[in-house]
Design a protein around this ligand. Structure first.
Ligand code: ATP
Length: 936
C-alpha cells in the first residue's frame, strides 16, 4: 500500500496495514511510518494521511439498519391488531358488496403510523449518533514538536500518542516508551487481569494477541502508568475494528417507561380482544345471530378505540426532547433511561475538586523546613512573587529551591502560553505547582533537560501521592553528589510525612523530631481549615533505580521538603444549586479525596454541611461495618480522604436506605461506583474515558449546578409524560364507553367508524399530545420532593383521573348522542339522518381540545397560565379544530371519513357540549384547591 503522490514529492512507501508490529523494534516501526518520537508528524504528513485514511472511526454496527427500524414498526402488537381489524372489516364489507373503505383506510393509517414511527425513530437514532460524536474522546499527541489534544477521530497512523492512567485507547499502536504501564484488555481479549506492557521487547510473529506486550490496542484501558505510543492502525483496521464488536458511545436502551408502555400495549390489546368476545357473546345471547355483523362492527370499533395508537411516538419524541434540553444545559445523556429517572434522584453524591470548586488552583502559601512564604499573582501566569516572611533569607535559601525543583519534576502537567493567556495541559493541581515554580524562576523546560526522569510511581486516588526518580549528574547538584538518582515524592501531607525521617533545613537533611512532625501537621490543619488544598513534598537520594514492583518500598526514609497550600475557590453557582437541591428534597453529599478540614471548610461555605456536622474519613470507613455505615449515611454529608472503593460502599449504603443516588466520578477506579449508582455521572472535562464509559450521563462542564439542572429537566420530562398519558388514555376510555352505549340503549348502528376512531387517536389526540410534551417546567417543579422511579405510571391519582375523565367524557357524549339521534329525526329538518354520528364524532374531538388546554396544569386554572409559555398547545388545538371542520364540510373528506355536514346550530351544540369538558376539569382544580385550603 502506498501513499498517493503529491506534486513533485517522492511517494513514501507505507507499511502494510496489519503488519505484525510486535516483531519490530520501536525504532524500526518509527522508520516505517516516517515519524519522529520527539516531534511527531508534520502538518503536511497529517493532511496527506487524513485524506488517505479518512477519520479514525469504527463503523457502528450497533445501530439498527433502516430496514430493521421500519420492520420493527409493524411488529408492534397494536399495529398487528389493527391489521387484523382491517382484514375482518374488509371481509364484512366485501360480503355486503361495499368497497372495503375502512379496511383500506386502516391499512393506510397503519402504514402511515409505521412510517411516522420510522421517521421519528431514525431521527432519534441520528440524535443519539450526534450525542455520541459529542462524547468522542480526546487524545494527547505530539505533532510538529508540540504536545496537543485532538479529537480521537483525527488520529492518523504515524501519530505519536501519549497515554496516562484512565485513558481508553483510540487506536492500535507500538509502544515507544512505557513507565509502569498496566492495561486492561478485557474489551478485546476477555481477560480481566491487567497486562504489564513493555516498550523494549521484540516478539515473534505468532505471539497471540493477549501476549503482544509491546503493542497496545484500541478500546483497551490504561489502568496505571504512562507511555508514548506510535499509532500503527486506526478505525476499522484496528484489532477491535476487525472483529467490530466494541461499540463506543451512547447506548440505546428502552427506558423503564418505554418498557411499561409496551406492557400497557399488551394489556390493552388483550383487554380489547376480551371486549370483542364479550360484546359479541352478550349481543348474540340477547338478540340471536341476526345482528351478528353489526355486533362485530361495534366490537371492532371498540378494539380500535381502546388502543392509544399515537402514544408510542409521543413517548419517543418526549424522551428525545428531554435529551436535547439536557444537552443545552450541559448534561449529556448516554443511556436513555437517565432522561426520565434523573427526576427521581433523592441524593447527589458529588466530588469536590472541579465539581463543587472551580479547579483553578492558585498556590497561596508555602512552608519549607524553616521558612514561610506568601505567594502573590493570579491564575496560571507565572508572574508574581514568593514573599518570604523573613525576607532577608530568601536569596540564599536552598530549601525553597529544593521544594520548587520537586514541584517541577514531580509533575506531569504542562504550562503553556497561548496568546496572552497561560494554560495548563493536565491536572490543575500540578499546573499550579508549575506556576509557583515559575514565580521562583524555575521552569520545566530547563530542569527536565538537566535532570531527566527515569522512573516513576504514578499518582492514584488510593495512594494519594506520586513519586518520580530523576537521574542527577553530580555536578548539577552538590547535595546528592554521592548518589546517581534522586526521588521526589508529593501527595497528601499526612501520608508523605509518615514516610519521612529527616527534614531539609539549611541545605542539609537533619533528623525530623516528633515536635517538628506535630508542627507540620498543625500547619497543614490550619491551612486546610481555611479551605486550602495542601500538598506535602519530600525527596530521597538513591544509588539505584528500585525494581519495578519495589517502587513503593522506596517511599520511606524520606527527607521532608515542605508544604504548599493552594486555593481552589468554590464555583459561584454551586451555593444556589445546593439550596435548590434542598428545596427539591434532594440531599447533596460531598465525597472527596481531600483533607477533612479542607472538605469541611468548602462544604460549610456551600451549605452542604453545618460546621458541627460529623465527617467520615476513609480511615473511619475502613473501621466500621456496613450496618454501622447504613446508620451513619443519613447524618453524614461530608466524606473526606476517601478512596474510590469507599464510594461504592457509600452508594450501596444509601441505596439500602431506599435512596435513589446520583454519583459523580472521574477516575478509572470510580467506574464500579458509577455503575452501582442509579445515575452514574462522569466529568466531561477531567473525566477519564473509563469513567465516561461506565456512566449514564456526562457533565460537559464538570459543574455540580448542571446535575441540579438536569434533575429539573428529568422532572419536567416525567411530568409531561404523565400529562399526555392522562390526556390520551382518558379520551380512549371515553370512546369505548360511547361506542358500547349506542347498541345498548337501542340506537341503530355504530356511532364511530374505525376510521374516525383512528383519526381521533392519531391526529386529534396525537397533535395536542405532542404539544403537551413541550410543556415547560411547572413553577413548583423543584419545590417538591422527588417521586419514586419505581412508582406505577398510574400512581398519585393518574389512573383514577383517566377513568373519571373517561366516564365524564362518555356521559357528556352519550347525552349529546341521545339528543342528536332524536333531533335529526325532527320532521321537516333537512340533512342526512345519519349525521347524529358526525355530531358524536365532532363532540369527542372538540372536547379533547378543551381537555388539552386544561390539562396543562394540575393546579393552575387555564386563565392563570400564560398561553404563550407553550404556544405549541394553542397551535395544535387551532390546527386540529380546523382539520376537524374540514373533515365535516369538504365533500371528498366527507365521503372518505363517512361524515355529514352539520348545520350551524348542530355545530354550536357540539361546541357547547365539548366546552363542558373543559369547565369540568377547571372545576375539579377549584375543588381540589378548596380542599387544600381547608386542610391548612
Ligand atoms: P475529589 O475527590 O473531590 O476530586 P481530590 O481531587 O482531592 O478530590 P483525589 O484526586 O483522589 O481527590 O486526590 C486525593 C489527594 O491526593 C489530594 O487531596 C492530594 O492530597 C493528593 N493529590 C491530588 N493530586 C495529586 C497529584 N497530582 N500528585 C500528588 N498528590 C496528589
Amino acid at each position: 500500500m502506498t501513499f498517493p503522490t503529491t506534486s513533485n514529492q517522492v511517494t513514501p512507501a507505507f507499511p502494510e496495514i496489519g503488519s505484525p508490529w510486535q516483531t519490530l523494534s520501536a525504532q524500526a516501526s518509527l522508520e516505517k511510518f516516517q515519524s519522529d518520537p520527539e516531534k511527531g508528524l508534520t502538518q503536511e504528513q497529517i493532511n496527506q494521511r487524513q485524506q488517505y485514511f479518512g477519520p479514525n472511526e469504527l463503523k457502528d454496527t450497533g445501530g439498527r439498519s433502516p430496514l430493521t427500524i421500519l420492520w420493527e414498526q409493524f411488529t408492534n402488537i397494536m399495529l398487528v391488531m389493527l391489521m387484523a381489524v382491517a382484514v375482518i372489516s374488509a371481509v364484512l364489507d366485501v360480503r355486503k358488496g361495499a368497497f372495503p373503505k375502512d379496511a383500506v383506510a386502516i391499512f393506510s393509517i397503519v402504514v402511515l403510523n409505521g412510517l411516522l414511527g420510522y421517521l421519528q425513530e431514525s431521527k432519534a437514532e441520528k440524535a443519539l449518533a450526534a450525542l455520541k460524536n459529542l462524547s468522542s474522546p480526546k487524545v494527547r499527541v505530539i505533532r510538529q514538536g508540540i504536545v496537543q489534544e485532538i479529537s480521537a477521530k483525527e488520529l492518523v497512523p504515524g501519530d505519536i500518542m501519549l497515554l496516562e492512567a484512565g485513558v481508553q485507547l483510540a487506536a492500535d499502536g507500538r509502544l515507544l516508551e512505557a513507565q509502569n504501564l498496566q492495561i486492561r484488555e478485557s474489551a478485546l481479549t476477555g481477560e480481566a487481569e491487567t497486562v504489564n506492557k513493555q516498550a523494549d521487547i521484540i516478539l515473534g510473529e505468532d505471539a497471540p494477541l493477549g501476549d503482544r506486550l509491546n503493542l497496545v490496542f484500541q478500546g483497551t484501558e490504561v489502568v496505571q502508568g504512562r507511555a508514548k505510543v506510535l499509532v500503527t492502525s486506526i478505525g476499522m483496521e484496528t484489532e477491535i475494528g476487525r472483529i467490530a464488536t466494541l461499540i463506543q458511545g451512547v447506548e440505546t436502551e428502552d427506558t423503564p417507561l418505554q418498557q411499561r408502555m409496551s406492557q400497557l400495549g399488551n394489556v390493552l390489546v388483550s383487554s380489547s380482544l376480551g371486549l370483542v368476545v364479550l360484546v359479541v357473546i352478550v349481543g348474540v345471547l340477547r338478540s340471536g345471530w341476526q345482528n351478528f355483523e353489526e355486533l362485530l362492527e361495534v366490537s371492532l370499533s371498540m378494539a380500535v378505540a381502546v388502543v392509544p395508537e399515537g402514544l408510542p411516538a409521543v413517548v419517543t419524541v418526549t424522551l428525545a426532547i428531554g435529551t436535547q434540553r439536557m444537552v443545552r444545559r450541559h448534561a449529556l445523556i448516554r443511556k436513555l433511561p437517565a432522561v426520565e429517572t434523573l427526576g427521581s434522584v433523592t441524593t447527589i453524591c458529588s466530588d469536590k475538586t472541579g465539581t463543587l470548586t472551580q479547579n483553578k488552583m492558585v498556590v497561596q502559601k508555602v512552608q519549607t523546613g524553616s521558612y514561610a512564604y506568601e505567594v502573590t499573582g493570579e491564575g496560571y501566569a507565572p508572574q508574581g512573587d514568593l514573599i518570604a516572611q523573613d525576607s532577608d533569607e530568601y536569596e540564599i535559601n536552598g530549601e525553597i529551591k529544593q521544594l520548587l525543583t520537586a514541584c517541577v519534576l514531580c509533575n506531569d502537567a504542562l504550562l503553556q502560553k497561548k496568546g496572552k493567556n497561560w494554560e495548563i495541559i493536565g491536572d490543575p493541581t500540578e499546573g499550579a505547582l508549575l506556576t509557583l515554580a515559575g514565580k521562583g524562576g524555575l521552569y520545566r523546560e530547563d530542569l527536565w533537560l538537566e535532570m531527566p526522569r527515569v522512573a516513576e510511581i504514578p499518582f492514584s486516588s488510593e495512594r494519594k501521592r506520586m513519586s518520580v526518580i530523576i537521574k542527577v549528574f553530580p555536578e548539577a547538584d552538590k547535595v546528592v553528589n554521592l548518589h546517581s538518582y534522586l526521588m521526589f515524592t508529593k501527595g497528601s501531607p499526612e501520608i508523605v510525612l509518615e514516610g519521612c525521617t529527616a527534614v531539609y533545613q539549611g541545605n542539609q537533611a537533619v533528623h525530623l523530631s516528633d515536635d517538628q512532625r506535630k508542627q507540620i501537621l498543625a500547619q497543614n490543619d490550619r491551612w486546610a481549615a481555611k479551605g486550602l488544598r495542601v500538598l506535602g513534598f519530600a525527596s530521597k537520594p538513591l544509588s539505584d533505580i528500585p525494581e519495578h514492583d519495589r517502587g513503593e518500598m522506596a517511599e520511606t526514609e524520606l527527607i521532608w521538603l515542605g508544604l504548599v497550600g493552594m486555593l481552589d475557590a468554590p464555583r459561584k453557582e454551586v451555593k444556589g444549586a445546593v439550596l435548590r437541591c434542598r428545596e427539591a428534597g434532594i440531599r447533596p453529599i460531598m465525597i472527596t479525596g481531600d483533607h477533612q478540614l479542607t472538605a469541611k471548610a468548602i462544604a460549610t461555605e456551600l451549605g452542604i454541611a453545618h460546621p458541627d456536622d460529623p465527617i467520615l474519613t476513609g480511615r473511619d470507613l475502613q473501621q466500621i461495618t456496613p450496618t454501622e455505615l447504613g446508620k451513619l449515611v443519613s447524618e453524614v454529608s461530608v466524606y473526606a480522604r476517601v478512596s474510590p472503593e469507599h464510594k461504592l460502599q457509600i452508594v450501596q449504603a444509601l441505596q439500602k436506605r431506599g435512596e435513589f443516588v446520583a454519583m459523580t466520578g472521574d477516575g478509572v477506579n470510580d467506574a464500579p461506583a458509577l455503575k452501582q449508582a442509579d445515575i452514574g455521572i462522569a466529568m466531561g472535562i477531567t473525566g477519564t474515558d473509563v469513567s465516561k464509559e461506565a456512566s449514564d450521563a456526562i457533565l460537559l462542564d464538570d459543574n455540580f449546578a448542571t446535575i441540579v439542572a438536569a434533575t429539573e429537566e428529568g422532572r419536567v420530562v416525567y411530568d409531561n409524560i404523565r400529562r399526555f398519558i392522562k390526556y390520551i388514555l382518558g379520551s380512549n376510555i371515553g370512546e369505548v364507553f360511547v361506542i358500547a352505549a349506542a347498541p345498548l340503549i337501542g340506537l341503530g348502528g355504530v356511532p364511530l367508524s374505525p376510521l374516525q376512531i383512528l383519526w381521533m387517536n392519531l391526529v386529534t389526540d396525537g397533535l395536542p399530545a405532542l404539544a403537551l410534551a413541550m410543556e415547560p417546567a411547572e413553577p413548583n417543579v423543584m419545590q417538591r420532593p422527588p417521586y419514586s422511579p419505581r412508582e406505577s405510571i398510574f400512581s398519585r391519582g393518574l389512573g383514577l383521573y383517566m377513568v373519571r375523565i373517561g366516564i365524564i367524557f362518555a356521559i357528556l357524549t352519550i347525552i349529546l348522542m341521545v339528543w342528536a339521534y332524536n333531533y335529526v329525526k325532527t320532521p321537516g329538518l333537512a340533512g342526512d339522518p345519519e349525521r347524529w354520528k358526525t355530531m358524536v364524532f365532532t363532540t369527542l374531538c372538540l372536547a379533547q381540545m378543551g381537555h388539552a388546554l386544561a390539562v396543562r396544569s394540575d393546579s393552575q386554572l387555564t386563565i392563570e397560565l400564560n398561553p404563550f409559555s407553550n404556544p405549541y398547545v394553542l397551535g395544535a388545538v387551532t390546527l386540529t379544530t380546523l382539520l376537524q371542520i374540514l373533515l365535516i364540510y369538504v365533500p371528498p373528506l366527507q365521503s372518505f371519513f363517512g361524515t355529514h355536514s352539520l348545520s350551524a346550530t348542530e355545530l354550536l351544540v357540539c361546541v357547547g357540549f365539548s366546552a363542558l369538558m373543559f369547565v369540568w376539569i377547571e372545576l375539579e382544580k377549584l375543588v381540589s384547591r378548596w380542599f387544600l385550603l381547608k386542610k391548612q
